[in-house]
Design a protein around this ligand. Structure first.
Ligand code: FES
Length: 90
């Protein structure tokens, strides 16, 4: 899980990072999910942003509550959270 710490996202990412860290340990998935600090992911106006691999899923506007949900539903249960996925503006 690549968590953007680029200059724009970094202004809001600290509580998201803390929520992710707590969630992966509380939910017992720390061995399935590596939290990685990334640079800018190129969609700064939609931050904080997270990319989850191996099948790329991009999450945008992540907050501590949705961070926990991503860990619970995507990482622990294997079901990407469609409603939280990044959607490019048309
Ligand atoms: S700083 Fe996070 S996407 Fe650019």
């Amino acid at each position: 899980m690549y968590v953007c710490h680029g200059p724009i996202c970094a202004q809001k990412v600290r509580p998201v990072w803390q929520a992710l860290h707590a969630a992966v340990h509380t939910m017992g998935v720390a061995d399935q999910c590596e939290l990685i600090v990334s640079g800018c992911q190129g969609r700064c106006e939609d931050g904080p942003n997270i990319n989850v691999y191996p099948k790329l899923t991009k999450y945008a506007h992540v907050n501590p509550d949705t961070a926990q949900r991503i860990v619970r539903e995507h990482i622990a249960a294997g079901a990407p959270v469609a409603e939280l996925e990044f959607r490019a503006q048309e």
